[in-house]
Design a protein around this ligand. Sequence first.
Ligand SMILES: C[S@@+](CC[C@H](N)C(=O)[O-])C[C@H]1O[C@@H](n2cnc3c(N)ncnc32)[C@H](O)[C@@H]1O
Length: 268
Amino acid sequence: MTYLLGHDPAELARLEHQARLLAPATGTILRLAGIEPGMRVLDLGTGAGDVALQVAELVGPTGSVVGIDQSDRPLALAAHRAEQRGLTNVSFVHDDLHTVPVTGTVDAVVGRLVLLYLPDPHAVLRRFADRVRPGGTVAVMEYEMGAAGTVPPTELSARVTHWITESFRRSGLDAHLGARLAQVMRTAGFADVTTLGVQGYREIGDPDGPRMAAGIVRTLLPAIEKTGVATPAEVDIDTLEDRIARDCVDNDAILKTPTLVGAWARVP
Ligand SMILES: C[S@@+](CC[C@H](N)C(=O)[O-])C[C@H]1O[C@@H](n2cnc3c(N)ncnc32)[C@H](O)[C@@H]1O
């Protein structure tokens, strides 16, 4: 399956911005899932390496992280960022998760915003779970995109959430995968799954929320148009970030980013 979002420079910048907003929630989920100093960890679909770099800090110099991704452009950025931060305990492998040779044992497997794009996430989870030592951890994170919007709800925020969730659905992807994550883990063979969703709220006047929402729509624009969810004129992408920001001010509305849901389980 082609990766829906692509990897041009603007998309990499968007992913970095998104990763900065997601870092507190990601760190919380990783710690609760049991990622700790000294662990050897695999990061599935590492992209520009944001989760791998966060894990590298958590496991410290006595632990290690290997990030795997099928796309070389974000991986080059990931390696560059690791070098800039002086992290020597993280490395990256350019390969497909379905076919990358799986050998040796690790303490944990993690993956954020990657299961969504896999035709058979259960098979990939099982494949990597087999590499985790007994008592080790598998922890995955995905969005519940339907949670995005505003409090109180506004017409524009409902429309933006609809453009996003519907273009995913019409492209054959589940925008609500986060909500179903425990079910995915159970189907992959994990018995005792813990799930936690972390909801971001952006205050009125905080530019990060409108930037994130408009950035997702900009990335999805080809899919939004191709699947007939909205026309370019309806989206008017170049004014969207400002319109969302103004909409929050005009309606005294707090912006909710998609919920990041984590699900994790111990390997028996
Ligand atoms: C939305 S990005 C998430 C990146 C990173 N995990 C994060 O949270 O910032 C999804 C990544 O999964 C990768 N990916 C998708 N399908 C893959 C596959 N079959 N094998 C390896 N990587 C894959 C894409 O190349 C992309 O970098």
